[in-house]
Design a protein around this ligand. Sequence first.
Ligand SMILES: Nc1ncnc2c1ncn2[C@@H]1O[C@H](COP(=O)(O)OP(=O)(O)OP(=O)(O)O)[C@@H](O)[C@H]1O
Length: 221
Amino acid sequence: MASLLELRAVSVAFADRSGTLTVLADSLDLGLRTGRLHCVAGPLGSGKSSVLRVAAGLLRPTSGTVAWNGEDLAALGEDAVASRRAAHIGYVDQEATLLGHLSVLENVLLPAVPRRRGAELQGRAHQLLAEFGLAEVASARPAELSPGERRHVALARALLLEPPLLILDEPTTGLDRASADAMIAVLGAQRADGRALLVASADQALIDAADVRSTLGGGIR
Ligand SMILES: Nc1ncnc2c1ncn2[C@@H]1O[C@H](COP(=O)(O)OP(=O)(O)OP(=O)(O)O)[C@@H](O)[C@H]1O
């Protein structure tokens, strides 16, 4: 069976205003199967977010290939990548941005809107909020929640359409240790449920919880 996600010889480089090239990832290989947690580690500014954006099909690599279920993204048009991403990937960016004028429940239901499946997915949204201990705040606005609760809401939103692959950028950043550990436990439960997870993190506890690590600038261990 093909990997859910495969990066082969992926390099990511950006040119600054003077034209000087900064290479963030150099010939990175990564294969991710169901029930595995892979952590992209590395110091501040080492390119973790960029690698995750490449894996999520949001940024084209400078060289190398990215495949989902064995399908090379370079062979697909932008619309095809977007529709496959919607079915295949739950992505949470580093800010775990929520829409402040919507309730917690409405934020979780956002992926249902373009598919007109809001009514059908209400039950799943409530179930995810209950699973994360957030049933009581379903009607609250995001600003009323703690940073840890907001991150769990963003994760619930990413899980709404039951994607096989989660891509999470620094899911414990900005959380106190107890909230960060709660998030790591939730990610472990997702892995045990058979989901594949790709995370970027500088949090040693999350790095230690991973099955495989790619350290930018330092190879794979
Ligand atoms: N679109 C872009 N154009 C030019 N340079 C960029 C672009 N995106 C990122 N960079 C550069 O790449 C560097 C690494 O960015 P990236 O966010 O991928 O690293 P990171 O390891 O996730 O950082 P952090 O730990 O701070 O979140 C940035 O400091 C920036 O200089």
